[in-house]
Ligand binder design. Structure first.
Ligand code: ADP
Length: 363
């Protein structure tokens, strides 16, 4: 190596080192046996342990303890670094609570990846962790806030609906028609919409909080869809829905109530956003260990910049007729699909229509 190459190599490595030292995220490196061989100052700060002390440790003999955000101890097998060392696969954005030796608990988001030497041999790993305690607390407060609002709104609304129904019954018996009848119908319709928005708020908070355990069982898709369309005739016009489900499709493993929710959200959106004379197609096909379901419409379509935000909380396409929801339908669908180990996405073109896809496992 020439002198100038040695100098530039030295400069480069010192520059990399300065970047690592200046980073505000904790960065550590472990060798292939799982011994800590590097820790930057931010790692010291976040872990509450001196660098010297970190460098005397292995991944399973640390001075800090890890638990899940719900407070359960994280089993050794599930610690992100152990997963990378044993399975040689990257871990991204795993949230955990770390209890430092001084007793303080902080929430971290960890990513880690295996490292390979020039010959392609596994040579250890690098881990990066960020202190997300404040963000996590905000999210928890947000969830608690939704929950309180939703519960406090529900009680007076139940009274409104109950009294409006009694009035309607009295009008019906007394043969009252015209404006007063329409008024009471309008109260019931408005209150019904409000009830379903509150339902979405409560549900999303419960799912986010991990309070919705899945009760999975094998389900035959074709029968499932038809009984769904029969039960929800008022919202999902069965004459506008066509199914394309291949014979011999294996049953999928899903929680029937949750699958119903996902399908109602996707089908009712597809019907709502396409002309009455256009059918919505529900198609399914088997892929590797999964079933991919698509809901295809020939409706108004969605602009590319909106497609990427569609599954986010409270997102609604602006400038459209109000959908009667609060922008939680697709967000809830995403949470439920992901809880089953599946994925959900959309392909759409403005003015031509949209196809929503999701996958569910067969085992
Ligand atoms: P909400 O619960 O308020 O109905 P969603 O999460 O179901 O909201 O949908 C979010 C936004 O995506 C809606 O504002 C709607 O405009 C748009 N959208 C959803 N499905 C379709 C579709 N099939 N075609 C066109 N736009 C759609």
């Amino acid at each position: 190596m020439s002198n100038s190459e040695t100098t530039s190599e030295a400069l480069r490595s010192s520059r990399f080192e300065r970047i690592l030292e200046a980073a505000t995220d904790g960065i550590v490196m472990l060798d292939k046996e799982g011994r800590y061989i590097y820790a930057n100052p931010a790692a010291e700060k976040i872990l509450g342990v001196s660098r010297e002390s970190i460098l005397q440790r292995t991944f399973d003999q640390t001075e800090w303890r890890l638990s899940t955000v719900r407070g359960a101890p994280l089993p050794g097998e599930e610690t992100p670094f152990k997963r990378v060392l044993h399975e040689k696969k990257g871990v991204y954005g795993l949230k955990a609570v770390i209890e430092r030796p001084d007793g303080e608990k902080i929430v971290i988001s960890t990513s880690a990846a295996p490292l390979y030497d020039a010959a392609g041999q596994f040579d250890g790993m690098v881990g990066v962790f960020t202190d997300v305690t404040e963000l996590h607390e905000l999210q928890e407060q947000n969830t608690a806030f939704h929950h309180t609002i939703a519960h406090d709104l529900r009680t007076p609304l139940t009274t409104v609906i109950g009294h409006a129904e009694m009035l309607k019954e009295a009008f019906r018996k007394g043969g009252v028609e015209g404006t007063v009848w329409e008024n009471v119908e309008a109260i019931l319709e408005g209150a019904g919409k409000m009830e379903s928005m509150i339902h979405d708020l409560v549900d999303s908070a419960r799912i986010e909080g991990g309070h919705v355990p899945l009760e999975k069982k094998p389900l035959a898709l074709e029968d499932f869809i038809w009984s769904l369309l029969r039960s929800f005739e008022e919202t999902l016009d069965p004459n506008r829905v066509a199914t394309r489900i291949p014979q011999g499709l294996p049953p999928l493993m899903a929680d029937p109530e949750r699958l119903e929710r996902i399908l109602i959200n996707l089908l009712s959106n597809a019907l709502k956003f396409s002309p009455l004379d256009r059918k919505v197609i529900l198609q399914a096909r088997q892929t590797d260990g999964e079933i991919m379901i698509s809901v295809i419409d020939q409706g108004v379509g969605i602009a590319p910049e909106d497609c990427s935000r569609l599954f986010k909380r409270f997102f609604q396409v602006s400038g459209r007729q109000p959908s009667g929801g609060v922008g939680l339908g697709l967000y809830i669908s995403r949470l439920l699909v992901e809880a089953h180990g599946g994925r959900i996405w959309v392909v759409s073109k403005l003015g031509e229509g949209s196809t929503f896809y999701f996958t569910l496992p067969t085992k």
